[in-house]
Structure formats: structure tokens, C-alpha cells
Design a protein around this ligand. Structure first.
Ligand SMILES: [Zn+2]
Length: 530
């Protein structure tokens, strides 16, 4: 237990009057076997968890270093050092930012709820998925896709669109006056599930009798339906269900031919009018390659991950430059450069200021069978003079014996991972990157060497770390910290076009180096492809 000095208590009595301290609705912790509440409270405008509650929940060891003003949180062999003065934590030796500093209140220490996703998740042996909008904290291999519904009356059709993230196998079937969309999941995260309007064919959309079923209550004029899947952004799926009214045509076979579909609805081969029992949904169409070129030395698809985004700004420089903006800027430039110079397909995990879950980033790469995964970040430090770029690849220590063993196994004998379409088995996410660790190390070395030729490097430029975003990637994967935003000089440069272009050139060089080394193709990529 942390000891509390008299001085600290007095200070807090002044800084935190009682009215600043209020409770918030609890979060629900969901594991495979149980659900339990986790109290949250608002301190200084920030939602916070008690560190002791987290310690019990995740079997953490808490040790306070009063002299240094820090708290060490240990899980297994990994540690987080949390500052009580600054909104920063050192996660397995890497600095991350938090929306606020930890707060001591009496004998308890409170941490911003984001501590769980930003500091604890990267070092914890099981998946941790914090979903603030639905007030859920998912721990372990629990499948709880988020479902949002939209209803559009389109003349004699009513279109129900279900956005499902991540993609989850499902069936659509009719059961009397209901359509049931049954997901291969433990339950649904359905905070956004409601019908915005009703029509003659649709009365309501809600969670069904079983927790993994969405029920669509049909109206009196309902005649038939058709259902189709479309790929959505960032590893999600969009299920489009058209409800056909009786007035359009009699309720008999032929009433809903694909020709009658509205633009945008795919002809659903499997969905026939009025058919009653489980209908397999059609498989997701594979997005066509942008360029139908022969494999460019084995590289066809590269996924670039612009770190952070949306309400997660990442690190913040002293002049206000945000990590999420720097990573998106570099990602967009890198995509353009790679497409132009290598003729490969490049996908971004986000192309806007939006929130993307950590595991969804790797899932996008897996679902698109990417050959390389590059996660872009910018770093922060408590010491303003620290600067320079760093390249990371995954450290398997802390992910258990299974991951270590998987690193010895040939990649093609491993199951396909990613939680995508129905043929994908749910297996330990931790095994995906393990089988590529040697290639990731080689890729990291090549990128580090290329960066060194163009931009300032950190004294610890090449490192291994337990990085959540890389764990699930089923291909060679690295994380690049392009520099330190807490260094004023570097902050200014990283926000500008010139430095971003230098980083992009270096990353392209690194990818070419890696391709040349692994595929035996010359570094000069210009000949024979354009
Ligand atoms: Zn970052």
C-alpha cells in the first residue's frame, strides 16, 4: 500500500475541495465468464479509476516511490511508472501521455480511465479493450462487437444498416414477425442500437432474447427481405438489410429480385424472399487491388497505421503540436510515396481524425493480407532535451510461453488471425506476431538504418517492447517513433512538411532495403514496372 505523507495530504485538501469530486456511472468489466462493475469518479473534470480497484482486478503490484513522486505499477515482469506531477507514464520504458496526472485523494490514488488503455493494456498479458462510449472494459478473449443501427425509409423499401466492428460472423434469418441477426460472439456492445424511425415494415431494432442476437421487429406490411454484407472502415462490416413491403408486389417468390434493389445494395445471392431459416450471409468481397501489377518483390499490400486519433490525441508538444496530427500527416505522405514509387497497394488504418481501437489496426492489416505493417507515432519525455527517432519491434517476453513457442513455428502452419470473416478461427491473438518476429527484427533494422541516414536518431534507436498494436499483426510489423514532441525544436520540425518528407523518404528507403534483402531484388525499384 502506498504511504501518504502529511505534506501531500495537506496539499490535496487545498487543491481538491469536495465539490470537485463526484461519482460517475460505473464501467462494466466483461470477461469470458463474468461481468462486474468498476467504480469511476470524476476528479478535476476527468473520469478516473481508483488504482487499488485496478490492482485487484488485474492482479497488479503497486509500489510508491515518495521521493521521486512516482508510483510503479507492475504486472508480471512488466512495469509502468506513473507520475503524480505530470500527465505522463513510462510504459516498459516508453513514455506515453495521459489526459491528466494521477491524483491522490486521502489514501487512494486515482488514474484517468485512459490509463487502462494507454498504459496497462500494452503490458498486460491479456487483451484489454476500454470502450468509453459504452462504459465497457473488455478483458481477455471476449468477443463483443459494437453494433450501430441506422434505418432509412426508401419508398416501398426500408433499409436497416448494421455497422459491426470488428467484423463478426453472423447469420440473418426470419422468425415469425422478427428478423434475427445472430452473431458469433459472447454478447453485443449495443449502446448505439435503436431504430431512429418506424415504417410499415419495421417497428423496432433491439437486442434479442439472447445477448448475441439483434432482433428487428417487422411491421404489418412486411413481405420479404434481402441481406448483404459490405466491407466497412477499419476492419468493420456493414450489414445492409432491405425490408420489402407488400404494396410493392405480392409476397411470393419473385417479389424481391436483385434488380429491384436500390443502388448500393449488393445482389444477395443467399437471401430469398420470405425464406424462413438460417441463411448464410455472402462472404465479404475482397477489395480489388489498386494496381494489378506482378508482386513487387513479394510486396503487394502495406498497411500504414497513423497512431492515435479522435479523442486520443497522443503526445502533446509544448507548443501544442499533437501526435495524432503528425502521424496522420506522415501516413498520408508515405501512402502517396509508396504507391507512386513501388506500385503497391497502401491502406491507412485511419485517414481522418477518428478513434480506431488498437486491435482493429492490426485486424485491418490481417484482413487485407498485408505484407508489412508500420505503426507511426511521436514520442514524449519528461526531459525536454530528449530527442531523436526510434524503431520498435515486438518483445515477446510477457506474452507467455505460447507466443514464444509460436515464434519457432513456420508461419504457414499457423491459423489465420484477425477476427474477420467466418472462416477465421478465434485463436490467441498473441500468436500472430510471434511467428514473424525474426522478419520484424530485420525490417526494423533496415528502417532504422534508413532513418539514420536522414533524420536525428535517439541513442536507443532500435528497441524491442511489448506493444499492443503489433501483437496481433500477422506479418512483419514495426512501430516508428518519428521523434520527441516534448523537445521544442523537434516539435517544430515534425509539424512541418520538410521533416515529414525526410521521414517518408527514409521509410521508403527502409522498405526497399528490406525488400531487397528478403527477396533478392535490387534496391533500384524503377525498372521493369512502369
Ligand atoms: Zn503514440
Amino acid at each position: 500500500m502506498p504511504t501518504v505523507s502529511v505534506a501531500a495530504l495537506c496539499l490535496l485538501t487545498i487543491v481538491l475541495p469536495a465539490q470537485q469530486l463526484s461519482s460517475a456511472p460505473p464501467y462494466t468489466v466483461v470477461t469470458r465468464d463474468a461481468r462486474r462493475p468498476l467504480a469511476a469518479r470524476v476528479l478535476g473534470g476527468q473520469e478516473m479509476f481508483a488504482l487499488d480497484d485496478l490492482a485487484r482486478l488485474f492482479s497488479l503490484t503497486i509500489r510508491e516511490d515518495a521521493a521521486a513522486g512516482g508510483i510503479t505499477v507492475t504486472s508480471g515482469s512488466q512495469s509502468v511508472v506513473l507520475s503524480l506531477q505530470q500527465p505522463l507514464a513510462s510504459v516498459a520504458g516508453r513514455m506515453i501521455s495521459l489526459p491528466a496526472a494521477a491524483v491522490r485523494e486521502g489514501r487512494a490514488v486515482y488514474v484517468p480511465v485512459d490509463f487502462v488503455s494507454r498504459a496497462l493494456a500494452p503490458i498486460y498479458t491479456q487483451r484489454i479493450d476500454l470502450r468509453k462510449p459504452s462504459r465497457l472494459l473488455l478483458v481477455g478473449d471476449v468477443r463483443l462487437p459494437r453494433i450501430a443501427a441506422r434505418v432509412e425509409p426508401l419508398g416501398s423499401l426500408t433499409r436497416v444498416t448494421l455497422d459491426v466492428a470488428p467484423s463478426t460472423p453472423h447469420t440473418v434469418s426470419q422468425d415469425g414477425q422478427r428478423l434475427l441477426v445472430r452473431f458469433d460472439a459472447d454478447a453485443l456492445d449495443a449502446a448505439d442500437l435503436r431504430a431512429s424511425t418506424t415504417t410499415d415494415t419495421l417497428l423496432n431494432v433491439h437486442v434479442g432474447d439472447a445477448p448475441q442476437v439483434v432482433a428487428i421487429d417487422l411491421g404489418p406490411k412486411f413481405a420479404s427481405f434481402r441481406a448483404a454484407d459490405q466491407p466497412g472502415p477499419a476492419g468493420s462490416t456493414r450489414i445492409v438489410i432491405d425490408l420489402v413491403a407488400q404494396t410493392e408486389a405480392p409476397a411470393q417468390p419473385g417479389a424481391a429480385q436483385p434488380g429491384a434493389a436500390q443502388p448500393g445494395a449488393q445482389p444477395p445471392g443467399a437471401a430469398q424472399p420470405g425464406v424462413a431459416l438460417p441463411q448464410p450471409t455472402p462472404p465479404l468481397p475482397e477489395p480489388p487491388p489498386v494496381l494489378d501489377l506482378p508482386p513487387a518483390g513479394g510486396l503487394r499490400t502495406i498497411v500504414i497505421d497513423a497512431g492515435h486519433g479522435g479523442d486520443d490525441a497522443g503526445a502533446r508538444g509544448v507548443q501544442g503540436v499533437l501526435e495524432k496530427d503528425v502521424t496522420l500527416g506522415v501516413a498520408r505522405r508515405l501512402k502517396a510515396a509508396l504507391e507512386a514509387r513501388l506500385g503497391v497497394r497502401v491502406l491507412l488504418t485511419r485517414d481522418a481524425d477518428q478513434t480506431v481501437l488498437s486491435d482493429q489496426r492490426a485486424a485491418l492489416a490481417n484482413n487485407n493480407k498485408a505484407d508489412l505493417f508500420i505503426s507511426l507515432h511521436a514520442n514524449a519525455s519528461v526531459r525536454p532535451n530528449v530527442s531523436g527517432a526510434q524503431v520498435f519491434y515486438l518483445n515477446l517476453a510477457g506474452y507467455g510461453d505460447e507466443a514464444q513457442r509460436a515464434s519457432q513455428v513456420r508461419a504457414d502452419s499457423l491459423p489465420v488471425l484477425g477476427g474477420g470473416s467466418r472462416e477465421i478461427e478465434i485463436t490467441p491473438w498473441e500468436m500472430a506476431q510471434a511467428s514473424h518476429i525474426e522478419q520484424s527484427a530485420a525490417f526494423a533494422r533496415d528502417v532504422e538504418a534508413a532513418l539514420r541516414a536522414r533524420v536525428p536518431m535517439s541513442p536507443r534507436a532500435l528497441q524491442q517492447a511489448p506493444l499492443r498494436v503489433l501483437v496481433g499483426a500477422n506479418m512483419p510489423a514495426i512501430l516508428v517513433e518519428v521523434g520527441f514532441l516534448t523537445n521544442a525544436q523537434q516539435e517544430k520540425r515534425l509539424a512541418g512538411e520538410a521533416e515529414q518528407n525526410l521521414i517518408v523518404q527514409a521509410l521508403v528507403d527502409g522498405i526497399l532495403r528490406y525488400r531487397g534483402a528478403t527477396q533478392g531484388t535490387p534496391l533500384d525499384d524503377g525498372r521493369g514496372r512502369r
